[in-house]
Design a protein around this ligand. Structure first.
Ligand SMILES: *[C@@H]1O[C@H](CO)[C@@H](O)[C@H](O)[C@H]1NC(C)=O
Ligand SMILES: *[C@@H]1O[C@H](CO)[C@@H](O)[C@H](O)[C@H]1NC(C)=O
Ligand SMILES: *[C@@H]1O[C@H](CO)[C@@H](O)[C@H](O)[C@H]1NC(C)=O
Ligand SMILES: *[C@@H]1O[C@H](CO)[C@@H](O)[C@H](O)[C@H]1NC(C)=O
Ligand SMILES: *[C@@H]1O[C@H](CO)[C@@H](O)[C@H](O)[C@H]1NC(C)=O
Ligand SMILES: *[C@@H]1O[C@H](CO)[C@@H](O)[C@H](O)[C@H]1NC(C)=O
Ligand SMILES: *[C@@H]1O[C@H](CO)[C@@H](O)[C@H](O)[C@H]1NC(C)=O
Ligand SMILES: *[C@@H]1O[C@H](CO)[C@@H](O)[C@H](O)[C@H]1NC(C)=O
Ligand SMILES: *[C@@H]1O[C@H](CO)[C@@H](O)[C@H](O)[C@H]1NC(C)=O
Ligand SMILES: *[C@@H]1O[C@H](CO)[C@@H](O)[C@H](O)[C@H]1NC(C)=O
Ligand SMILES: *[C@@H]1O[C@H](CO)[C@@H](O)[C@H](O)[C@H]1NC(C)=O
Length: 780
């Protein structure tokens, strides 16, 4: 009996245990999710969303039976936030995320790629900038992706072709450049693509014409595109809506277009399309909108149009269509909008058409005759108050138009002025550039500094990317308008341009020229296509590409550039804003120092030193109480950048950790960027260790104790001959040591004893010396 009973109990326990464990795990996961929701702050103003244990009842949250969040649907919820506060990795079961119509800013975080079950992602109608993160490729179940109406730019990650479950893709109203990726052709389930209102260039990739399930294709308004509409368009038999307006397409309308018998809307306005409208257009039996205005169409209006009995809109204005207007058009029962203005139509304009559509839709056809007295006017009069409104609207429009006109006139005058000055060579100047470049090219290439070409904004101005007619890309730094009107800034900007024109170093960004005019001040630089070190270190893929050898070379390159500025230039130039944001990389991942001295060099010798320069997190601590600028403040910033480069992130926490817990031993290997395999080659290990040691000296709170840039450069040279320990044995330890790199300096020693901060930390890399007594061994 006993035996039987305990056996039964045992069986019970065995049966229940896994369930209990699973339940515990479940509730832990749910708690994590609840905390992540709370931490996001998105429900801050919602009193109903205070009870964390009831988070599944919060507005916009849907959970599965196990209590795990599957949906976060907060469209138009008034959230003003970066997405960085959201812990994406906590939501393993999230299927739908709708944050559309809020005020999310900054870039879409890389961590979005952690939502591996996501099928629906809607971030449209926000203020998002930056690029689409490459990690989106991980969302392999994504069926709907909508990021429309943001400021997202750059290239579409080619890996998007791996999201083969995509049904809807909406990238419209953004700043995307570089071409439509042909890999979109792999997305065979796509039903709707919207790429309209962007800055794509090139032609429509023929891979798109493999998407036979596509019912909506909207590419309209990408003014940098071109080419012609391929006859392969006829493959897209499911198309219901097609818009290729404003792509600067040339060539004729392909006949195959008339095979798309499911089309309801066909728009191709504002191109350079020539030839005639094929009479087979009559095959499109359910077409409602046919819009081909502002092209170069010739020939006649095909009489077969009358077969389109469902047609509502027909707009063929601003072409060179000739012949007479087929009377049968008025026989199309549903036709409500007809615009045939500005063509070469001839003959008599039938009264019926004028009566139905209004004479304004036929103007601009010199050979089209119409006797208004014969027709009489049977048009329905609008009520008088509408006319009243119309008149006042007209007056306003006229005034508005006049203001605009005057404004445009001034603008044109300004350009002329600049061009005139240009001849004297002192307003717009180009050198150092192997090709032709004109002021108008730059204005055109950026659409007069349109925000979409803006690739970054800083304290002084914004940086734009401009592709010149030659195909070359340059970067433009434009002073903010207000600064441009300030005489001090104006002077510094001019002086900087002058000074930079004399500087030449392979690790300093090249200046090609400038435009210096009160209304439009910009500098023209070499374009560094991989962007800033800051961004590269924050992108998981690019960070790995920047391996240890490249990082060490980057550090040496920047050291060389600063040494050149500090020691080879006369008078010396202090950068004053060394940060990972201002280190730019080219396609070979070679670094250049940029953004230096914009107005800062010159303030050095002017009496006005009240402008604080520098980036928070990189600024030397003494700048909090002194405006006296020395090259030692650059050294501090350099040290921070070196640590950031080696650790893969800003050393903020490391610095405060060792400041607060100076006795805690730290191994170098634990600090290095874990995304890269640790360096093994002993030369690389030594370089990494030397760079760390130098950086720690540079971040000394006492400026006098920091090495000079020349010493840093020399140290790298000396370091070549030094033996090294293996990486795992190198400690960033807390040994007090003499200032190893600074010149022996009494003031410095005093300063050290009075401060107990990070300046006392050094890397022990010497194998030949007892590790307990030394940090870096230098033999100068
Ligand atoms: C919070 O929600 C839980 C679960 O729904 C409920 O049991 C509890 O009473 C709620 N607490 C408060 C303070 O409302
Ligand atoms: C993000 O979180 C931090 C700390 O929790 C908070 O101070 C900050 O205001 C949040 N950011 C925004 C934009 O809400
Ligand atoms: C995304 O959200 C917007 C605004 O809430 C909505 O209009 C749009 O249809 C949504 N997109 C998709 C693909 O559902
Ligand atoms: C995306 O997937 C790759 C490879 O599976 C992984 O290394 C990476 O961490 C993932 N990214 C995110 C954000 O989860
Ligand atoms: C896309 O998938 C292919 C194989 O299907 C793979 O080789 C490639 O690495 C994937 N691309 C990305 C960016 O994940
Ligand atoms: C088109 O969609 C249907 C389902 O609607 C699917 O069965 C078919 O495989 C799709 N075609 C292609 C080429 O993927
Ligand atoms: C594409 O997007 C634009 C802008 O967001 C919108 O006006 C247009 O209606 C969309 N086209 C289609 C076919 O949905
Ligand atoms: C289109 O599909 C066909 C066969 O399915 C394939 O041979 C061809 O390479 C594809 N074209 C493009 C441009 O992807
Ligand atoms: C439009 O295309 C033509 C060639 O077909 C080219 O000459 C012209 O520069 C293009 N226009 C724009 C605005 O790109
Ligand atoms: C258009 O309709 C007419 C009759 O009104 C018919 O004779 C003709 O074949 C039709 N054309 C097309 C292209 O369907
Ligand atoms: C017809 O199209 C032209 C542009 O091609 C546009 O300016 C005009 O307003 C359109 N007409 C109507 C009635 O919408």
């Amino acid at each position: 009996m006993d035996v039987v009973c305990s056996g039964f109990v045992l069986l019970m326990i065995l049966a229940i245990a896994p369930v209990a464990a699973a339940a515990a795990k479940e509730s832990a996961v749910n708690l994590l999710e609840a905390e992540a929701l709370l931490k996001s702050g998105w429900w801050r103003d919602d009193t109903a969303a205070r009870n964390v244990s009831a988070h599944c009842q919060w507005r916009g949250i849907i959970c599965n039976d196990a209590g795990s969040v599957t949906d976060i649907l907060l469209p138009n919820y008034g959230i003003l936030d970066g997405l960085t506060n959201f812990s994406f990795s906590s939501f393993r079961n999230l299927v739908r995320l709708d944050l559309s119509g809020n005020n999310f800013y900054e870039a879409i975080p890389y961590q979005t790629g952690a939502l591996s079950k996501l099928t629906y992602l809607n971030l449209s109608l926000n203020d998002l900038h930056g690029q689409l993160p490459s990690s989106l490729v991980n969302l392999t179940h994504l069926a709907q992706l909508d990021v429309s109406w943001n400021w997202i730019g750059g290239l579409i990650p080619p890996g998007i072709g791996n999201l083969t479950d995509l049904v809807t893709l909406d990238l419209s109203q953004n700043c995307f450049w570089g071409r439509i990726p042909p890999t979109l052709g792999h997305l065979s389930n796509l039903a709707s693509i919207n790429l309209s209102n962007n800055y794509f260039s090139g032609t429509i990739p023929s891979a798109l014409f493999n998407l036979t399930n596509l019912s909506r294709l909207d590419i309209h308004f990408n003014p940098a595109m071109g080419g012609f509409l391929s006859e392969e368009i006829g493959n897209l038999k499911s198309l219901v809506e097609l818009d290729f307006s404003g792509l600067n397409l040339s060539g004729a309308l392909p006949l195959t277009l008339c095979r798309l018998t499911k089309l309801v809307s066909l728009s191709g306005a504002e191109n350079q399309i020539h030839g005639s409208i094929p009479s087979e257009i009559g095959n499109l039996k359910i077409l409602e909108h046919l819009v081909l205005g502002s092209n170069r169409l010739t020939g006649q209006i095909p009489p077969t149009l009358r077969n389109l009995t469902t047609l509502v809109t027909l707009n063929l204005s601003s072409n060179q269509i000739s012949g007479s207007i087929p009377l049968q058009l008025s026989g199309i029962p549903s036709l409500t909008f007809l615009d045939l203005s500005y063509n070469a139509l001839e003959g008599e304009l039938p009264c019926e058409l004028v009566t139905k559509f209004g004479s304004e839709n036929f103007v601009g056809n010199p050979d089209l005759h119409h006797d208004s007295t014969l027709c009489g006017d049977h048009r329905h009069h609008p009520p008088y108050y509408i006319i009243g409104l119309g008149v006042s609207f007209l007056v306003f429009s006229l005034i508005g138009g006049l203001v605009l006109y005057i404004f445009c006139k001034t603008k044109v005058k300004k350009v002329e002025l600049e061009l005139m000055d240009n001849k004297h060579g002192d307003i717009f100047r180009i050198w150092n550039y192997d090709g032709h470049m004109a002021y108008e090219d730059i204005i055109k290439a950026t659409n007069d500094f349109d925000v979409c070409y803006c690739i970054g904004t800083g304290g002084y101005g914004s940086v734009y990317r401009a592709r010149l007619p030659s195909g070359k890309v340059v970067a433009l730094k434009k002073l903010h308008r207000l600064e441009g009107e300030n005489p001090n800034f104006d002077k510094s900007f001019r002086n900087e341009a002058d000074m930079l024109s004399k500087i030449r170093h392979r690790n300093i960004v090249k200046l090609f020229g400038f435009c210096l005019h009160k209304r439009c001040m910009f500098l023209i630089y070499e374009y560094m296509d991989r962007g800033s070190l800051f961004c590269i270190l924050r992108d998981e893929t690019e960070a790995v590409e920047l391996d240890w050898i490249k990082r060490v070379n980057l550090i040496k390159g920047i050291a060389g550039a600063l040494s050149y500025l500090h020691h080879d230039c006369d008078p010396p130039i202090i950068h004053r804003d060394v940060s990972s944001n201002n280190i730019l990389l080219n396609s070979q991942l070679e670094a250049t120092l940029s953004d230096f001295g914009t107005a800062r060099i010159l303030e050095l010798d002017s009496s006005n030193q009240t402008v604080t320069a520098g980036t928070f997190g990189y600024m030397a601590p003494e700048l909090a109480y002194t405006m006296a600028v020395t090259e030692k403040s650059d050294m501090y910033s350099f040290g921070v950048v070196v640590l950031e480069t080696l650790f893969g992130e800003h050393p903020r926490e490391f610095l405060s950790f060792i400041a607060s817990q100076p006795n805690e031993p730290i191994m170098l290997k634990d600090l290095l960027d874990a995304r890269l395999p640790p360096p093994t080659n002993h030369l690389v290990v030594r370089n990494v260790a030397v760079a760390t040691a130098l950086a720690l000296d540079c971040v000394n709170t006492n400026p006098k104790c920091r090495p000079t840039m020349q010493q840093v450069v020399n140290r790298f040279e000396v370091g070549r001959r030094e033996p090294t320990r293996p990486l795992h044995a190198i400690a960033v330890n807390q040994l007090v040591s003499p200032p190893v790199l600074s010149l022996p300096d009494q003031t410095c020693a005093d300063g050290r004893s009075s401060s107990s901060t990070i300046n006392e930390f050094h890397v022990d890399i010497s194998a030949t010396l007892p590790s307990s007594n030394f940090s870096i061994h230098v033999s100068t």
